[in-house]
Design a protein around this ligand. Structure first.
Ligand SMILES: Nc1ncnc2c1ncn2[C@@H]1O[C@H](COP(=O)(O)OP(=O)(O)OP(=O)(O)O)[C@@H](O)[C@H]1O
Ligand SMILES: [Mg+2]
Length: 227
């Protein structure tokens, strides 16, 4: 699903956010990216979503080569991908249900099916009693879970999540772990940036450490030590 070889990202101001990234992620795999603040985790997720372009190396996601991707390739990648970023990007003035349902509405899913699937996912993230609440009235941790529900409801091929449990108590981390596990059962590839050892313990996966923009594997079955 993901093939990276010698990938680097230098931002316009000269910041080298990533260097010499070699990474292979198979379809259906769960990969955690850990590392200190500023290590490059969000940058890596943005490259995988085509929001930023690599400045060196080869990066291919779902068969789409991102170094030379055209706008149409990026749109195709976005349709295959569900993403939750640190600022959630929910639509204010709409309910939790409406925010999640929008993800299926743009795909033309009929309302009765849309409503059923959206409610089921909101229930999975522990928000069954908040579906009718305006998102701006929700707590930060509740908004975070609405954003995760919106990303998974379409059953994308690739799920990218940036610190999906940053604001959550242990019970809610359990909901997130369950959603990620269920996504795995559906064959969804998952790349999750996290500092949260609770999540890593609840749902083990391959762990990659970013240090100063370089990637090292620290745990996970059957892979070589340095990716
Ligand atoms: N748009 C940008 N322009 C210039 N530099 C940037 C930009 N975005 C990020 N950086 C820099 O790139 C480096 C990696 O940032 P990134 O946001 O990827 O880190 P992170 O691992 O996600 O950190 P955190 O845990 O705080 O979210 C940092 O030095 C950051 O200052
Ligand atoms: Mg970040």
């Amino acid at each position: 699903m993901i093939h990276a070889r010698g990938v680097a990202k230098v931002y316009e101001n000269g910041t080298q956010a990533l260097q010499e990234i070699d990474l292979q992620v198979a379809a259906g795999e769960l990969v955690y990216v850990v590392g200190a603040s500023g290590a490059g985790k969000t940058t890596l997720l943005k490259l995988l979503l085509g929001m930023e372009k690599p400045t060196a190396g080869e990066l291919e996601v779902a068969g789409i080569s991102l170094g030379k991707a055209q706008a149409e390739d990026i749109r195709r990648l976005r349709r295959l991908t569900g993403a939750v970023f640190q600022d959630f990007k929910l639509i204010p003035g709409r309910t939790a249900l409406e925010n999640v349902a929008l993800s299926l509405r743009v795909l033309g899913v009929p309302w009765s099916e849309n409503r059923q699937r959206s409610l089921a996912v909101l229930e999975e993230v522990g928000l069954a009693d908040r579906v009718g609440s305006m998102v701006q009235t929700l707590s930060w941790g509740e908004r975070q879970r609405v954003a995760l529900a919106r990303a998974v409801v379409r059953e994308p091929r690739l799920l990218l999540a940036d610190e999906p449990t940053g604001n959550l108590d242990a019970t809610s981390v359990g909901f997130v772990a369950a959603v990620l596990a269920r996504a795995g059962e559906k064959g969804i590839t998952r790349v999750v940036a996290t500092h949260d050892t609770r999540l890593l313990e609840m749902l083990p996966g391959r762990v990659l450490l970013l240090e100063g923009g370089r990637l090292h594997q620290v745990a996970g079955a059957g892979r070589k030590d340095r990716q």
